[in-house]
Design a protein around this ligand. Sequence first.
Ligand code: SF4
Ligand code: SF4
Length: 317
Amino acid sequence: MEQPQSTRLEMNDEIIKFLKREFETSELNRLPESYGGGKIFAPPLIGVAQAGDPIFQKYKEIIGPEHLTPLEMWLACGQDYNSISNLSTISILFPFDKKIRDESINPIDSRRLRKPAEIYTIARNFGNEFKWVCILKTIKMLNEKGYDATSGMLSDAYTIVLKGKFYTTWSERYIAFASGLGTLGLHEGLITELGCNIRLGSIITNAPLKITPRKTQEPYANCLYYAKGTCKECAEKCPVNAITEKGYNKIKCNKYRMKLARKIIPQIRSSLKTETRRVNWKLKKDISIVGCELCQFGVQCTDKNPMASHHVDFFSP
Ligand code: SF4
Ligand code: SF4
């Protein structure tokens, strides 16, 4: 039976309240004491997309043929077949805390290598466990209310695909775009109302939820470069010119990210948490994950949507 909009809105509110409490109270949302013990993530936002939104089918062309639709991921997670009109995706936005963003403005320069600030490396590494636990707890909360729920990122069907192209079978950035949480930037990060320096996660569920419509269908509407031809600050921050006026070069970026991982991990291995990942569907255990994201600090979109006040004239003829 179709649920009234008020019931759907109540469920969205309940989920955001539940998440805010987790973000506030969980010890996993904290840096180790040796890095100040502060919060990793500031309060979250959520966005909701209808699983049958045609955009998910388009992602097979845009991202790659192995990218799954919400219904395909739902079934791959072992859930019962549900009429697709009952399913939604909830994207959860995990914004890095202001202190981490502020302290990460200055990178570490060593011989022929520019590294992100150590506090960011630790926050990104520790933040992954918090993300998973948060998503598992939200799934449990929905189950206790009588709804089914699952998550692409926790599924065996989630893998990095290395087949000529490099992508994952469930792109949290694109799921978040579908849910109206933001658009891509020149650096290919998602620019949201809380900026681009974020992490993302998502849940698929048959709980009755209110869809949060996209403000725009333009995939790069929040980026000053694509909308106004200005900015390009992210390009200046990238040490290997992986961002240019022609766009973002994923191969160059990943090559540098791997180089950074080879340097950083041995230096601080004992401080890092380990996790598992699938590459081409093969499980890799006990790996430490670190990032780069030098292009996300000290730029116009670090902590806000720089087009928020421009949208009116951007869409004017
Ligand atoms: S730094 Fe500027 S050009 Fe780069 S993604 Fe952000 S808004 Fe766009
Ligand atoms: S993540 Fe690092 S290497 Fe990749 S585009 Fe950003 S600054 Fe460049």
